[in-house]
Design a protein around this ligand. Structure first.
Ligand code: NAD
Length: 285
């Protein structure tokens, strides 16, 4: 039976390091300050931003929520972000999703100054990953890498199957791991509809799944001894489950992340680490 990867323990370790760095920054009069921009609100977003505020303040990051009306126009939102870009006291900006209907998320993300883009979603920060010098990369992608590192596996020559090709998980994870000379396959709905998903999953020494469909990966497909990182978050009745059929998969895997308690807490910790990294941003070369 596979070892459970304890995401909370990994997260605690990262947060301890972040706390230390914040103390060092404050000694140099640098105060990390994160502004969360929210256009319109719903109960889920209130819950989420309250949690963000608590996490930040607990660790010494100043957190402010900028609430904007739900009917704000794209140009107005961009000019609000431009003002935050120019405000020297603001070291990090996070744009809460979903955006109001009809707004193009990429137009907004590109307007955030790369050095304040703590979610790592601007094209400049994405580009640094291809350059092999990731810095403010997407939090979940960095979290997946931390989770894999925690197992002690050497990625060199390993078969990695990444199921899901989103900008914030699948694509950056694949790039981060291919630079460690793993052989990485990126699968998605096209792979599934072509009937090829099982074959790619079965060959994976390291299987990462970020789809958002409960049990989309049957546990029986998991290779004996594989490392399984389940990024998916799905509500089934009153339970939260991942994308991998957990009970069967854990009998075959050497390591597996639970959902909840796996990638999620690590992502939250990496967000805090990115806030500190942004506050320390020096001109990159
Ligand atoms: P997304 O929703 O943007 O894209 C889904 C991906 O799954 C696409 O690549 C699509 O082609 C693929 N897909 C859909 N159906 C498929 C199928 N039947 N077989 C194979 N591939 C299929 O992806 P996302 O934004 O990366 O989110 C994926 C999941 O990860 C969601 O459940 C989300 O909530 C979760 N998530 C978790 C965290 C975390 O911190 N734990 C962070 C981000 C996202």
């Amino acid at each position: 039976m596979g070892n459970l990867i304890d995401g909370k323990a990994i997260a605690e370790k990262i947060k301890e390091e972040v706390k230390k760095e914040i103390t060092e920054l404050k000694a140099k009069n640098i105060i990390p300050k994160l502004i969360a921009v929210q256009a319109g609100e719903n109960p889920a977003s209130v819950l989420y931003t309250n949690q963000q505020k608590k996490n930040c303040e607990k660790i010494g990051i100043v957190y402010e929520l900028k609430n904007l009306p739900a009917d704000i126009k794209e140009e107005q939102l961009i000019s609000e972000i431009t003002a935050l870009n120019m405000d020297k006291s603001v070291t990090g900006i996070i744009m809460q999703l979903p955006l109001p209907k009809g707004m193009d998320v990429k137009n907004i993300q590109v307007s955030i100054l790369p050095e304040k883009d703590i979610e790592g979603v601007s094209p400049v920060n994405m580009g640094w990953i291809i350059y092999g010098r990731p810095y403010l990369a997407p939090c979940t992608a960095l979290a997946v890498k931390e989770v894999i590192n925690s197992t002690g596996v050497d990625l060199y020559g390993k078969n990695v199957t990444m199921v899901g090709h989103s900008d914030i998980v699948g694509k950056p994870v694949a790039l981060l791991l291919v630079d460690k000379l793993a052989t990485v396959s990126i699968c998605h709905i096209g792979t599934s509809e072509a009937g090829m998903l099982e074959e790619y999953v079965r060959r994976a020494d390291i299987l990462i799944v970020a789809v958002g469909k409960a049990n989309v990966i049957p546990g029986g497909w998991v290779k004996e001894g594989a490392i399984v990182v389940d990024v998916g978050i799905n509500r089934v009745g009153d339970k939260i489950v991942g994308d991998v059929e957990f009970e069967t998969a854990k009998e075959r895997a050497s390591f597996i992340t639970p959902v909840p308690g796996g990638v999620g807490p690590v992502t939250t910790a990496i967000l805090l680490r990115n806030v500190v990294r942004a506050a320390k941003w020096k001109k990159r070369q």
